[in-house]
Design a binder for this molecule. Structure first.
Ligand code: XMP
Length: 598
């Protein structure tokens, strides 16, 4: 499902056609930053359904136009009824459909490049911009001949057709990504497309959002009340606060489920936070035993998720029944944000996650009856943060990193048998399996450990990518930061998701959060999972893995390097925790590893 535009926007001026790229949301976000509302639609949306748009942007994507079933667009969109900008795969698709030539690339080009304009009269896209500019490239295939009627506008050293246009038909395309910050003139290029080529007018002013959303909540709720399952995360907190403001505290109820899998101090901080927001109506359900008892002997990640999902269902059903929330006076509030509503952005696992949370019969009943309000479903995460800021929600809450529903359970790994680590020509093989994602497949494989300190230059991160491509059967590489015994003497120990190990992980996580907050490192990363693996000595059987990553939306991620003094400080504090023998650093990007270890 692709979400509807807010009521004040009758027909969006710009539609981003989603060709499967991780950046399609970023494009829409950047267009909105320029003051024009943009929506995202599937690339194949028929041209007739796009009537009235001033411009269309075809996003990038990982496919080749020659792959069977690769995303395409309705060729009618090129008939000049509105301007079109193709980005990356969008340029290749435009060339391919209009008679140009796309050459299948072998190696591709990833990273920074210098774009040189062709020196002739500039098209609207580049008016007033420097002849040479830095751009960011990420592509395999290339356009090698423009379609009839197009001219070549720019080149890089490895890409002869880096931009092309047929201005009389309002068709433009670029091989690089104007939406990422590394393309220095990217914002200007998008602005020229919006205002000079499409003739857009500004219709999106962040300052009007709160009033619009509140009006929408009142219209949807009518005379009914709203209840939320709140998590303490940014989205549900902002959505809940908007409902509180729109309807008043008597008509909004929040329920927080304490599963026993939360971080240190989480339940108290959620209680304090909702008190501060003026919600006297957040009930805390203490159900720790209900979760911890069935998890006590489970090791398999999917089984863990299954149990947690099922227990969530039970708790939600019980709460819904006991609070009479299915009678006609209540609707469900959810903190769903725009990327959550886009099916094509989801991964295999995203759909598993969704079924866990959505399959509660009571909730499905409410959704089917449209008894649901999702005030943030047209917004991106950073817009949600801005809205939260306007509502006076504290920075500490708004800058929180995402935390997964199954909590610490998917960051506490277990092993079925005791085994030593083994030396290989490439490093030490740790017989603890973690989850990865390679292509569309989930992998579940052992980890390779390097006995080298992870310097802050990120070099080991590059080596990790190369190693995983070369070494069969591993999907993740870590580096040893510090340990009480040499890596070669460590063993993996039989272990379960015990209360003791969860407490150990909770302490480690609290230390990392405290130090990364105090140093400002938490602002440099999108998320920072702390993982416990059952590897160490007999006396100290566990190790901590640090997994700071940067990401746009969690679907892909880059391992982020940390400065040495902070890393050493963190490692020293972690080695003081009872039972911790070593500290490791996850060097792997996603793909091939997932963010969570499970
Ligand atoms: P992975 O591990 O798949 O995670 O790379 C991607 C993002 O999703 C979060 N995540 C979850 N969030 N319920 C959630 O609410 C879940 O079951 C869940 N599993 C993973 C993860 O923290 C990361 O931000």
């Amino acid at each position: 499902m692709y979400s509807e535009a807010p009521p004040a926007i009758r027909v969006p001026q710009i539609t981003v056609l989603d060709a499967g790229g991780q950046y399609c949301h970023l494009i829409a976000r950047k267009v909105r930053d320029l003051g024009v509302y943009a929506e995202v639609r599937p690339s194949e949306t028929p041209a007739a359904q796009l009537a009235g748009r001033r411009g269309l942007i075809i996003s990038g994507g990982p496919s080749s136009v020659y792959d069977a079933g690769s995303p395409t667009v309705d060729p009618e969109i090129f008939q000049g009824r509105q301007a079109v900008l193709g980005i990356c795969y969008g340029q290749q698709l435009m060339a391919h459909l209009l008679g140009g030539v796309v050459q299948k690339g072998v190696k591709g080009e990833y990273g920074l490049a210098t774009l040189e304009l062709d020196g002739g009269p500039k098209t609207a896209l580049f008016t007033g911009l420097p002849e040479r500019q830095q751009v960011w490239m990420s592509h395999r295939d290339l356009v090698t001949a423009v379609p009839a009627g197009f001219s070549n506008l720019a080149a890089t050293s490895t890409c002869a057709i880096a931009a092309m246009a047929a201005p009389d038909r309002s068709l433009y395309a670029v091989q690089f990504h104007p939406e990422v910050v590394h393309t220095t003139e990217g914002k200007q290029i998008l602005a020229r497309f919006l205002f000079d080529v499409c003739g857009c007018v500004k219709d999106w002013d962040p300052r009007h959002r709160v009033a619009l959303i509140e009006e929408d909540i009142r219209r949807t709720a009518g005379d009914r009340n709203v209840f939320f399952f709140v998590s303490g995360g940014v989205d549900s907190t902002v959505a809940f606060t908007l409902c509180l403001r729109a309807l008043g505290p008597d008509r909004v109820r929040g329920i927080y489920v304490d599963t026993g899998l939360m971080r240190e101090g989480e339940t108290e901080s959620v209680r304090r936070m909702f008190d501060l927001l003026g919600a006297g109506t957040v009930a805390i359900e203490h159900v720790e035993q209900q979760f911890l008892a069935p998890l006590a002997l489970v090791r398999d990640p999917e089984q863990k998720r299954q149990i947690i999902g099922e227990e969530f269902v039970r708790v939600q059903e019980r709460v819904i029944a006991s609070h009479h929330l299915l009678d006609g006076h209540w609707i469900l509030g959810q903190g769903t944000i725009y990327p959550d509503t886009i099916e094509s952005g989801g991964t295999e696992k995203a759909s598993v996650i969704k079924t866990h949370h959505n399959r509660v019969a009571g909730i499905q009943q409410l959704i089917a009856a449209q008894r649901i309000v999702e005030p943030l479903s047209a917004y991106y995460k950073d817009e949600v943060r801005e809205i939260g800021c306007e509502l006076g929600i504290s920075e500490d809450v708004l800058q929180r990193h995402p935390f997964p529903g199954p909590g610490l359970a998917i960051r506490c790994l277990c092993a079925e048998c005791s085994e030593p680590v083994s030396k290989t020509p490439d490093g030490y093989l740790i017989p603890v399996r973690s989850v990865g994602v390679q292509g569309d497949e989930r992998s579940y494989a052992p980890v390779l450990a390097l006995d080298r300190f992870p310097a802050c230059d990120g070099i080991l991160q590059n080596e990790a990518t190369e190693l995983i491509n070369r070494v069969r059967g591993v999907n993740r590489v870590v580096a040893r930061v510090a340990s009480r015994i040499p890596l070669s003497e460590m063993r993996v120990w039989v272990s379960t998701l015990s209360v003791e190990r969860l407490a150990r992980l909770r302490s480690a996580d609290a230390i990392v959060r405290r130090l990364s907050h105090a140093s400002g490192f938490d602002r440099r990363v999108w998320q920072f999972p702390v993982v416990l693996i059952p590897m160490g000595s007999a006396a100290q059987p566990d190790a901590v893995v640090l997994r700071p990553i940067d990401s746009v939306d969690g679907m892909t991620a880059q391992s982020v390097a940390m400065d040495e003094p902070l890393l050493r400080l963190m490692a020293q504090a972690l080695l003081e925790v009872e039972g911790i023998c070593g500290v490791f650093y996850d060097l792997t990007h996603k793909p091939p590893a997932t963010i969570e270890w499970e």
